[in-house]
Structures are given as C-alpha cells and as structure tokens.
Design a protein around this ligand. Sequence first.
Ligand SMILES: [Zn+2]
Ligand SMILES: [Zn+2]
Length: 336
Amino acid sequence: MAPLPLTSTRTLITKEGEFDLDFVKEAAQDEVKPHPGKYHTIGILYHTYYHILACVGFYHLFYLKWQSLLWVIFYHYCGIIGIGTGVHRLYSHRAFKATVPLRILLLFMYAIANGISAFSWSRDHRVHHKYSDTDADPHNAKRGLFYSHFGWLLLHKHPEVINKGKNINLDDLYNDPILMFHHRHYTLIRFITCIVIPIFVPTYFWGEYWLYAWTAGHGLVQVFTSHCSYTVNSLSHQFGMKPYDTSYLASECRLSNGLTLGEGHHNYHHAFPYDYSHGEFNSFLLPFNLFRLPNGSTTFIETCALLGLAYDLRRPPKEMVLRRMNRTGDGSLKVE
Ligand SMILES: [Zn+2]
Ligand SMILES: [Zn+2]
C-alpha cells in the first residue's frame, strides 16, 4: 500500500494510531498529580483470587503430567498471540487484514487471558497511543512501574481517560460484526476459552487431575499470560533505548519483547503503530539481526499471509524509518 502521510509536525495521521503531540508535549510540562480514582473493589477481589489460584497452580506445575505441561505452554502462547497479533496489531491498529476464520481464531485466543473484551481493549489502546504517558493514558507510565504494569487495574479510570477517550474514532470497530458479536457474548466466550477448555482438555484427553488443570492450566496460564502482556505497558515504557523517537517514554525492551513474542519493540511501535511487523528484524520477511530476539508474532502474521489467511500487511517505507531515526531517534541503532 502507499506510504502514509506525515504532517508538518510529527503527528502521524492514521485513525488507528494517532498521537496528539501538542497535548502530550503540554502535559509533559505538568507534574504528576495524585490519581483521583477510587479503588476498584471488584477488580481487586478478582485479581486477588486469580493470583492466589496462580500461586497454587505454580506449585502444581511440578505434579503435572508431561502432556499437561506441554498443553500449558501451548495455551499460554496462544493467549500471547491472541493479545499481540489479535487485539493489538489487527484490531487496535489495523496493521493487516484477516479473513473471517483468522479473526475468529484470534478473538478466541485473546480470551485465554480473561481480560476486558477485545473491543474495550482496542478502544483503551487507541487512547494510550493518542495520549501516551499523560493522565489521559489508561496506564500512564509517569506514575511509575507498578501503576503502569498492574496498579491501574485496581483503580477506577482517571477522569481524563474517559474525557479524552471520547475523541477516539472507533467506527471500524463498531462496523466489525465479528468483533461486536465477541463483545456482546464475551462473558460466555471467555468462560469457555479461559475456564472450560483448559480444564476439560487435560482431564478428558490424558486423565489429568482436575484440580491441577484448574489451578495450573486455567489460573496460572491466565495470570502469567496477562502479566507478560502488562510488561509492554510497564517495562517497555521505562527501560530500553529509543532509536526511533525520543519524545515517547516507549522504548525497546528486550525482556518484554521475549515475554510477548515481539511486542517489546515499543519505541518503534509508537513511532509506526500501523506497522504489522512491530519492528525491523527477525521474521520470515525481515532481515536477521543477531542482537535482536526473534519476532514471533510477526512470523505468525507472515505465515498466515502465506496461507492466505492474512493480507494487506502494512509497513512504512524503509526511507521513512531512516529519516525518522535521524530526525528524532537517540542514535542507539545504526542501520545501513
Ligand atoms: Zn505504549
Ligand atoms: Zn499499540
């Protein structure tokens, strides 16, 4: 597809990846004020229950049958792909197009982590990009590592998130019948995906003890998969270099990248949010770089494209990336 236009400022005009530079610059001058939100009682109880369950599940990992251990790892990575490739790259940023079977599969995989609906996730993520690291960002990294990782889930939303969130264009999400079906029936879908399947499959097919399947297969996978994805909001907004644009807190975090199969190239991602590849290296179609981790989600998308399940993969021209690096990067990455 044709390259996307840059305005005279460095605001990228894509409705799925807008960045309000003026607002963010102005907010950067302000000191971080105390969060006015109240504690989210249901959220606190929910996360307390799941973290206790996950701790027991971790203990039970050592008693699992080998088939269950492989299943737990497989199901965890399905959840990671569902979040990174599904709700993030496909629905939040429209970085590629997907056929109906792939969209259904990705929404199914997304529900493994038992988070908010894919529609709500995509909406909040667009707010995050447009108002990064301000009070209007749902997980404002300026409030610290714990808040951006997990603390924001224990509070009601900051009023600015709700206020500024009204400016986000969600027409494409509302017009996606599969996504809206998923949103309307999400309680049932996540009950099946996150609870029924991870307990039923190991107990029915290879006779795993139901208690181990419940704590490790369901509880631990749900919590660990969620925490891996949370690192993109926390670690990738605190640690790492900024070769593409120093005006974001978003950075290139290897740990987060490894935990999320490629979502940690976050400085690149905030600079080019519509890019399906979320980085420049290490997939089937991208050049190899010894110093970068494999980009698992990008390889998954490219595989789907080869199978005819994904198409219109979006990427900025190489020259645009180089110009951006020279203009706004920190010089930490040299690319010929
Ligand atoms: Zn971010
Ligand atoms: Zn994003």
